[in-house]
Design a protein around this ligand. Structure first.
Ligand code: CU
Length: 122
């Protein structure tokens, strides 16, 4: 019968496991919260998101029909959402309040009213 792990490789495996455990621990506290947002003519789903000031967030944006975009002028954030791709918008809110993002890629008659609102709370 063969042993799956020889005496020589065992210490290395233990080291790898040890570092995985460490990085896992770090990820637990630093991994940003992810919110999936789906865009389609002429709305974002969800259309409102509540965030906490100081907590990192990643918006993962996809589109169900044509290309869209989102732009938060006050936060200096924008992303283009192309069909078949996921656009990531990673940031940490530094001020409380309501921030309205507008679709930034013309998508038709309702484009002007296509918004995504972020409520940032203390
Ligand atoms: Cu649009």
């Amino acid at each position: 019968m063969k042993l799956p792990v020889s005496g020589k490789t065992l210490p290395a495996s233990v080291l790898i496991l040890g570092s995985l455990a460490l990085s896992g621990f770090a990820a637990g506290s630093d991994t940003p919260k992810t919110v999936n947002v789906s865009a389609k003519r002429f709305a974002f789903e969800p259309s409102q998101i509540t965030l906490k000031k100081g907590e990192p967030i990643v918006l993962e944006l996809t589109t169900e029909d044509v290309a869209h975009g989102v732009k938060f002028k006050e936060l200096n954030l924008s992303a283009r959402i192309d069909k078949g791709k996921t656009a990531e918008l990673a940031f940490t809110p530094t001020q409380t309040g309501d921030f309205v993002g507008h679709c930034s890629v013309f998508c038709g008659s309702g484009h002007g009213s296509m918004t995504l609102t972020l409520h940032v709370t203390e």
